[in-house]
Design a protein around this ligand. Structure first.
Ligand SMILES: [Mg+2]
Length: 439
């Protein structure tokens, strides 16, 4: 397997940080999200607590009664799950700008496969900084990130320097990184297994790593083999995308409110241009267009319009936005914010925008499926979405999604946009294994 760039992003004290974000008076204070402690008699557990509360020894999943005893001055707040999932959505959406392969592990953490994105985002350290900065910019919240060649090491790395941390494990450095860590840091090793391992004399990951696999199997059963692999940074599990973008939007808030119509139109043009490019990059087309306007005094209005067929092109977006601006009765008020969004993306059974067909001679096309011809002459058809890859990576991404076994065996794989009415720039890119030109 080639070297992968797997990023694990984990929001810091997610629920508690959101409470502090929304209520500035809670910042710097021990905030405990969970059931009402009822002066120490409450039932239920802590779901998250702020770093200030952690200093008192409060932890997630701890009974609130215990948390209350440890930190009576703690500010206990009930969870607001709607708000948490709203921000989670923004986090996942932000992450999807860095890779089509984003796997949400929970509401506040995700894996990204950013293999081959150096050209776009720079080396791993830059990539990590950019991801963290963008998440912060979009949500006001901090995240910790770990970058490594496989999921289990990336996961450990994100936890290595929390909060607001970034840990990059260089390719080949995984084993050295893991070696000094206590065994309970291995992903999937819970307190019970950790206790058992320690009882057997395995205190650090290096103790496990250097033990023959068979010995661990004998001691721990099949689980032993798994732990051996984790300790040796052997983890070929792919990032399995489970999150799909549902909408895309862009908006601009003005430094000072304005009613200059020409200026507003120019801003809308810029927004539509950038939105259209983003949609092009992510292979999105949407049926419903949204216009958002906020006036002096913070009143916000949205107007949406559903089209018979999905679009992504700049002209349609701009026409819609200009028209909405023209029609909107501002009652003489100035504009504070303006934005455009697109939603109701074309489904898989509709015309796919990207179609991968490998066997050029037979010009075989297959909707929603990838067709790849291997060097051994087989033509394999696999369910696989091209994903939202940047066009010049889409082929690799699809092959990746089809499974590692195809890597290196692909004779040709061509990806090209379809149903574009000639409006879209030519995006065809052929894989490294194919030097044939666009036909
Ligand atoms: Mg977290």
């Amino acid at each position: 397997m080639g070297i992968r760039t797997i990023v694990h992003v984990d929001m810091d004290a997610f629920y508690a940080s959101i409470e502090q974000l929304d209520a500035p008076e809670l910042r710097g204070k021990p905030v405990i999200v969970g059931a009402d402690p009822k002066s120490g008699n409450g039932r239920g557990v802590v779901s998250t607590c702020s770093y200030e509360a952690r200093k008192f020894g409060v932890r997630s999943a701890m009974p609130v009664s215990q948390a209350y005893r440890l930190c009576p001055e703690g500010i206990f707040v009930p969870g607001r799950h709607k708000r948490y999932s709203e921000l989670s959505g923004i986090v996942m959406e932000t992450l999807s700008e860095f890779s089509p392969l984003v796997e949400g592990v929970s509401i506040d953490e995700a894996f990204l496969d950013c293999t081959g994105t150096e050209g776009l985002f720079g080396p791993a350290i830059q990539l990590g900084k950019k991801i963290k900065a963008r998440v912060r910019e979009r949500t006001g919240l901090t995240a910790s990130a770990g970058i490594a060649g496989c999921k289990s090491v990336a996961k450990i790395a994100s936890d290595y320097n929390k909060p607001d941390g970034l840990t990059v494990v260089p390719p080949g450095g995984e084993k050295d990184f893991l070696a000094p860590l206590p065994v309970e840091r291995l992903w999937g090793v819970g307190p019970k297994t950790a206790a058992r391992l320690k009882q057997l004399g395995y205190n650090f990951v290096r103790d496990v790593a250097k033990t023959p696999k068979e010995d661990l199997e004998r001691l721990l059963g099949r689980w032993g083999a798994h732990i051996y692999e984790l300790a040796n940074a052997i983890d070929p599990r792919p990032v399995a995308p489970g999150w799909q973008r549902k909408s895309i939007s862009e908006e601009t808030t003005f430094e000072s409110d304005t009613d200059d119509l020409k200026f507003l139109r120019d801003v809308l043009t810029g927004i539509c241009e950038s939105l259209s490019q983003k949609m092009l990059r992510e292979n999105l087309k949407g049926r419903t267009l949204q216009f958002k306007i906020r006036l002096t005094g913070f009143e916000t209005f949205t107007r949406s319009h559903t089209l018979p067929s999905p679009v992504f092109d700049m002209h349609t977006l701009r026409e819609f936005a200009w028209d909405q601006l023209e029609r909107f009765d501002r009652k003489g008020k100035a504009v504070r914010l303006i934005g455009v969004g697109v939603t109701e993306f074309a489904e898989d059974d509709a015309e796919p925008q990207m179609d991968l067909f490998a066997s050029v001679e037979s010009n075989q096309k297959s909707k929603g499926k990838g067709v790849v011809e291997t060097s051994e002459g087989q033509t394999r058809e696999e369910k696989g979405q091209p994903g939202n890859a940047a066009p010049n990576e889409a082929v690799d991404r699809l092959i990746f999604a089809m499974g590692e076994k195809f890597k290196g065996k692909v004779k040709r794989a061509v990806i090209r946009p379809r149903g574009t009415d000639g409006r879209m720039p030519r995006l065809l890119r052929q894989s490294e294994h194919d030097d044939q030109k666009e036909t």
